[in-house]
Structures are given as C-alpha cells and as structure tokens.
Design a protein around this ligand. Structure first.
Ligand code: FAD
Length: 331
C-alpha cells in the first residue's frame, strides 16, 4: 500500500496545466485535493508517470454570484468553502446540505468540487489492494475480464459515490471543460456515463474548470438525504437530493429528484414530473417515492445489501419531499 513513484508538476495557470496535459498525454493524471486519488494510487488502481497538480491554479478557486448569470463555482472551491458559503446557503440549500455530508471535516478542507464531480466509481471488488484484487483474478473495471458483482455483464457496475453531483443536477447545473483544443460547456448530467468503467464523457486532457447554476434555480427549496455506514466520514451507500419551487398558492411549479451511489452514474428521477402542478398530497408523494426505486439499480458493490439500499431510496425520497413541502406556502 505504498505510493508508486511519479513526477509531480505544479502549473500556476490554467494555460500551464493544459500544456502539461498535452505534453504528457495518457501518462499524466490530474490531482486536486488528492483525497480520493491518493488512496487509489496506493491501491495500484492508477499508475500515472506524471501528476498534474491543479492546486496552484488559483484562477480556478472562486465563488461568484451574479444576478444575471447565476452562481459560478470554480473547480478548486473546497467542499468546506462550498458548505460554508452564505450565497449557497441562502439560494441553493440542497447543495449546502449535500456538501455538508461529504466525508469528514478534514477531507472537506482538502477535497475540491472538481474532484468531487470527477470521482472514480467505487466497488467492493475494486477499491482493494492489488494483492486482494489479484487473489480474485481482478475485475472488469481493472485488469480482469469478469464483473464479480454481475458475472456475465458487459458493463461495470461500480457506483458513482459523490454527494454534490445529485444536488447540482436538481439545480440544472452545467460544467465548463477546458482542453488544449478549447472550451465547452455541457449539462452536468451529460458528464456521466452509466457504466462504471467508462464513467465520464470528459476526455482525458479536459480539465473541469467551473460549475454554473442558472439564476432560474436560485431560491428553490431543497434537501439531501444520505445513507452511509458511519455518519462521520463514509461515502454514500445511497443519496437522494430534492429541489422544488412553488407558486404562491402552494402548487408545486417544478421539482427535481436525483439519486447517487445506486448506479454507475448519478441519475435524475423522471417520476418527479408527476408532482408538477400539484398541491401537497401524501399518497402522491408515496407514489413518486415508490417509482424512484425504478431509477435505483444498486448491486452488491458495497458491504450493504442492495435490497436495503433500494428500500432506503424510497424512504429518503418520501422524507425529503415531505420535508421540502413542509417549508412551502399554504402546506
Ligand atoms: C475516507 C473517505 C471518505 C470519503 N467520503 C466521501 C463522501 O462521503 N462523499 C463524497 O462525495 N466523497 C467522499 N470522499 C471522496 C473525496 O474526499 C471527495 O469526493 C473530494 O471532494 C474529492 O476531491 P479531491 O479534490 O480530493 O479529488 P482528487 O482526489 O484530487 O481527484 C479525484 C478525481 O478527480 C480528478 N480531478 C480532480 N480535479 C479535477 C478537475 N478539476 N478536472 C478534471 N478532473 C479532476 C482526478 O484526476 C481524480 O481522478 C471520501 C474520501 C475518503 C478518503
């Protein structure tokens, strides 16, 4: 479990970081806070020849709120800063709620938003030492040919286990990606691929530079519910983000529900649309909570059972909707 040897380069500008990625090609890997990547390097899950350390690129560390453009968050914003931002707390409560649950205080101080969104997918058969993995003949995600979670599957079922992505998806966030070829902006949900091995649509040399939440999502009420083994530190076993906006008469104008840690990608729940144009109705909330299970496909990727995680998705969707609706007008 010792670190392999590699070279570290420390660019000070985005342009410099892009040059390093172009120079070293597939031999390079980005590192920000290192809270996820460093343990993975020790487990032999990656073996880059060069680490491009983004922490010195200070132009990527910002939180900007503009009454026309909405909220912009630089990729190097730490999770602590996100959780403590007064603007995030006032206008985007679902994001604050999710950020507060990430890992532990020390990891939130080091961990960045960019790293949180680009997290590698996780699985019981993958996040292990090289010795452990070798004893099983490795797995589909790394060096092997068989998925131990779903033998016969041609896709990898390792789960995306970040907490801020589902919250940001309920707020219709977009992400900016920069590469030596230029810049592009895509909806956050399009960053992910529902295959734990492929996992991101982002190319190897693209740096996630910023996240943008449109002004139209400001003021939506929201909450985040998370299942994990130890509430003080662990990755989610299931996570549910809900954000909602009402008309002044208490009718739900719009609502989004997103799930994490129960699929290879964070996913929006389509059944949320049934709540649009409706007043609070506990049986409708139950119906949507039940339907959310169709979006959650947890397999045996963690120490917990898939039945329990699916059950908790239903419980959390119901609790989150009840809680958010209770804060609305004329409930
Ligand atoms: C014990 C433990 C518990 C944890 N619990 C949680 C949890 O509950 N919830 C949770 O969400 N996370 C959890 N984490 C993971 C991690 O701490 C956070 O997700 C953190 O925000 C990751 O950010 P980072 O800057 O440290 O990423 P890094 O480790 O530096 O990078 C992670 C990945 O993202 C890539 N990357 C980083 N920045 C960029 C960028 N700007 N553009 C493109 N790619 C980039 C890296 O190449 C790497 O593949 C936990 C980690 C540990 C060790």
């Amino acid at each position: 479990m010792s670190l392999p040897s590699f070279e570290v380069v420390r660019p000070r500008t985005l342009e410099g970081a892009l040059e390093e990625l172009e120079r070293h090609g597939p031999d390079a890997q980005m590192i920000a806070g290192g809270t996820d990547l460093v343990p993975s390097l020790k487990q032999g899950l990656f073996s880059p020849r060069v680490l491009v350390d983004l922490k010195g690129v200070r132009e990527l560390d910002f939180i900007r709120f503009d009454r026309e453009a909405g909220l912009e968050l630089g990729a190097l914003t730490t999770i602590t800063r996100l959780a403590q931002s007064p603007v995030v707390a006032e206008y985007f409560p679902v994001l604050q709620a999710a950020a507060k649950t990430v890992a532990s205080p020390l990891l939130r101080n080091m961990g960045t938003l960019g790293g949180n969104l680009c997290l590698d997918t996780r699985c019981l058969y993958y996040n292990q030492s090289a010795f452990w993995r070798e004893s099983l003949g490795y797995c589909l995600k790394k060096e092997g040919t068989v998925c131990h979670v779903a033998p016969g599957s041609s896709v990898c079922w390792a789960v995306f286990s970040g907490d801020t992505a589902p919250a940001l998806m309920t707020l219709a966030a977009t992400v900016r990606l920069a590469s030596p070829r230029g810049e592009r902006e895509i909806p956050l949900r399009e960053l992910y691929v529902n295959d734990g091995w492929v996992r991101l649509t982002k190319r190897h040399d693209e740096i996630l530079t910023a996240v943008r939440i449109p002004l139209s999502s400001a003021g939506w009420k929201g909450t985040y519910k998370k299942l994990r083994i130890r509430n003080s530190i662990d990755y989610p076993l299931a996570g549910v983000a809900v954000a909602m906006r009402w008309a002044s008469d208490g009718v739900c104008q719009d609502v989004r529900i997103a799930l994490t840690a129960v699929n290879p990608a964070p996913r929006l729940v389509e059944a949320a649309a049934r709540l649009k144009g409706k007043r609070y109705d506990p049986s409708l909330v139950d119906e949507v909570a039940h339907e959310a299970i169709r979006t959650a496909k947890p397999l045996r990727t963690s120490a917990s059972t898939m039945e329990y995680r699916r059950h908790m998705v239903r419980v959390f969707v119901r609790r989150a909707l009840n809680e958010v609706w209770a804060n609305g007008p004329h409930c």
